[in-house]
Design a protein around this ligand. Structure first.
Ligand SMILES: [Fe+2]
Length: 387
C-alpha cells in the first residue's frame, strides 16, 4: 500500500471492452485484498490468466518451531554463512516464526531465477543486505539494491535477477497480514505526513512494464499452506500491457529513512518503518545522539512484557552489544529484561553520533526460533551480561 499508480495501457473506464491489435479482448484481472474492501489493482493480460497447462505435485515448504529452545536471550551468529541453497526458494532459511510472521535469510547460488514465484500465504519484505538486481513482476521492472526494503504483496508473480558480481544476502520476512506504511504517519486519505521519516518520493514503484509475449512453458511455484505448488502455464504470467491501482510491489531504501532524534534517548517507535498484523519493522540508521547535557546515548534496560524483539545487525558498530557481527540476529524475549552489555553505558557518554544500520522486528505474540536456526545459536549469549 503506497499511493495510486499506473503503468502501460489501460482503458478509460474499468470493466469495459479493451481490445488487442488483432481485435480480441485483453483479459482484465482485478487483484483485490480484504474481499472488495481493501487495496486493489486492475491488470490487463494478453492471455487468459486461468489457462493452466499442467499442475505438478506439491512439495513441502515449511519450517518447524524449536520449542525446546525455551526462554533464552538469543544470538544467532549467521555472519559466516555464505551460500544457503541452490535457488531463491531452496536457499530460504527461515530462522524464527510465529503465526503472524517468519524471518530468515537467503543467499542463493543461482542469482537469476529460472522460474516465477508467487507467495499466496503472505506479503513479503525482502531486505537487500547485499546485492543489486532487478525484480521482474506482473507490475513491471523494479531496480533494487543494497539497503532496499522490497515490499511484495501476496500473489504477485515475480522473479529476481541479481547481478553475478559482489556478495548477495537477503533478509526475508513473510507476513500473514498486509505490510503497510505506519498509520500514525498517514493523514485521512493515506498521504504520509510531514513528521513521517519517509514520504512518497522515497517509495519506488516499478518504473517500466516488462511484457513477455512469447508462448512456451512457464513454471510458477506457488507457496500456499506449507507447500510449493508447481503450476505450468503455456504463456508467461508477465503478459500485462497495463495496470492501475494501489496494490503493487515497491522499494524503500533504508538510506532514505530520516531518523528522529531528541534531547534524551528516543524509544524504538521513532524508528518504525512498517506495520503489519502482530509485528512492526523498524530501521536503525546513522543519526546524531541525544543532546541533553547529561544524556546517555546507550539505551536503558528494558522489560518487554508482551513482545519479542529481534534486531538484525546490518552495518556499523553496535555500541550497546559486544560479540555481535554484521549479519547477527539478537532475539530479546518477553519475560526477561535486556539492555546494554557491561561497560557500554559509561563508554557511550559523550558520543555524538552513530553509524549503525539495523533492521528491527518486534512481534506482539511469542516468537520461536526454528529448528533450522539451532546451529547458529551462540550458547554464551544468555550469560553475556554477567562479568
Ligand atoms: Fe527493547
Amino acid at each position: 500500500m503506497a499511493y495510486y499508480f499506473r503503468l502501460g495501457q489501460i482503458p478509460p473506464k474499468r470493466h469495459t471492452q479493451f481490445r488487442q491489435p488483432d481485435g480480441s479482448l485483453y483479459k482484465e484481472e482485478l487483484v483485490s485484498s480484504k474481499g472488495f474492501s481493501g487495496i486493489y489493482s486492475n491488470l490487463y493480460h494478453i492471455y487468459n490468466p486461468n489457462e493452466v497447462k499442467s499442475i505438478g505435485n506439491p512439495t513441502p515448504f515449511s519450517w518447524e518451531a524449536a520449542k525446546q529452545h525455551g526462554l533464552n536471550q538469543t544470538h544467532l551468529k549467521t555472519s559466516g554463512l555464505e551460500i544457503t541453497g541452490e535457488d531463491y526458494l531452496s536457499a530460504r532459511r527461515m530462522l524464527m516464526m510465529n503465526n503472524d510472521v517468519m524471518m530468515g535469510i537467503c543467499t542463493p547460488r543461482q542469482r537469476k531465477m529460472d522460474f516465477y514465484f508467487k507467495n499466496a500465504d503472505g506479503d513479503e519484505i525482502i531486505y537487500i543486505h547485499d546485492g543489486e538486481g532487478t525484480l521482474y513482476s506482473q507490475f513491471g521492472k523494479l531496480e533494487v539494491k543494497k539497503g532496499d526494503y522490497v515490499v511484495i504483496p501476496r500473489t504477485t508473480i515475480y522473479r529476481f535477477e541479481f547481478k553475478e558480481e559482489g556478495p548477495l544476502r537477503l533478509l526475508v520476512i513473510e507476513s500473514q497480514g498486509p505490510i503497510e506504511t505506519v498509520k500514525r504517519y498517514r493523514n485521512e486519505v493515506g498521504q504520509l505526513l510531514e513528521h513521517s521519516p519517509y514520504c512518497e518520493r522515497d517509495i519506488r514503484p516499478p518504473h517500466e512494464l516488462h511484457i513477455e509475449r512469447e508462448k512456451g512453458d512457464y513454471l510458477v511455484q506457488i507457496k500456499k499452506q506449507g507447500f510449493l505448488h508447481q503450476y505450468t502455464y503455456g504463456h508467461s504470467p508477465l503478459d500485462i500491457v497495463g495496470w492501475d491501482g494501489f496494490l503493487y510491489p515497491y522499494a524503500l531504501s533504508i538510506y532514505d529513512f530520516e531518523p528522529i532524534t531528541g534531547r534524551i534517548h528516543q524509544p524504538p517507535p521513532v524508528h518504525q518503518t512498517f506495520q503489519a498484523w502482530g509485528f512492526v519493522i523498524c530501521s536503525f540508521v546513522p543519526r546524531l545522539f541525544d543532546y541533553h547535557p547529561l544524556a546517555i546515548p546507550a539505551p536503558y534496560n528494558h522489560s518487554n512484557i508482551d513482545s519479542d524483539e529481534v534486531l538484525y545487525y546490518a552495518e556499523g558498530e553496535f555500541m550497546s552489544r559486544k560479540g555481535i557481527d554484521r549479519g547477527s540476529f539478537t532475539i530479546h524475549m518477553g519475560g526477561l529484561p535486556h539492555g546494554p552489555h557491561p561497560g557500554t553505558v559509561e563508554k557511550s557518554i559523550g558520543a555524538k553520533e552513530t553509524h549503525e544500520y539495523a533492521v528491527m522486528m518486534d512481534t506482539h505474540r511469542p516468537l520461536f526460533i526454528t529448528t533450522d536456526a539451532l546451529e547458529f545459536v551462540d550458547e554464551n549469549y544468555p550469560m553475556s551480561w554477567t562479568e
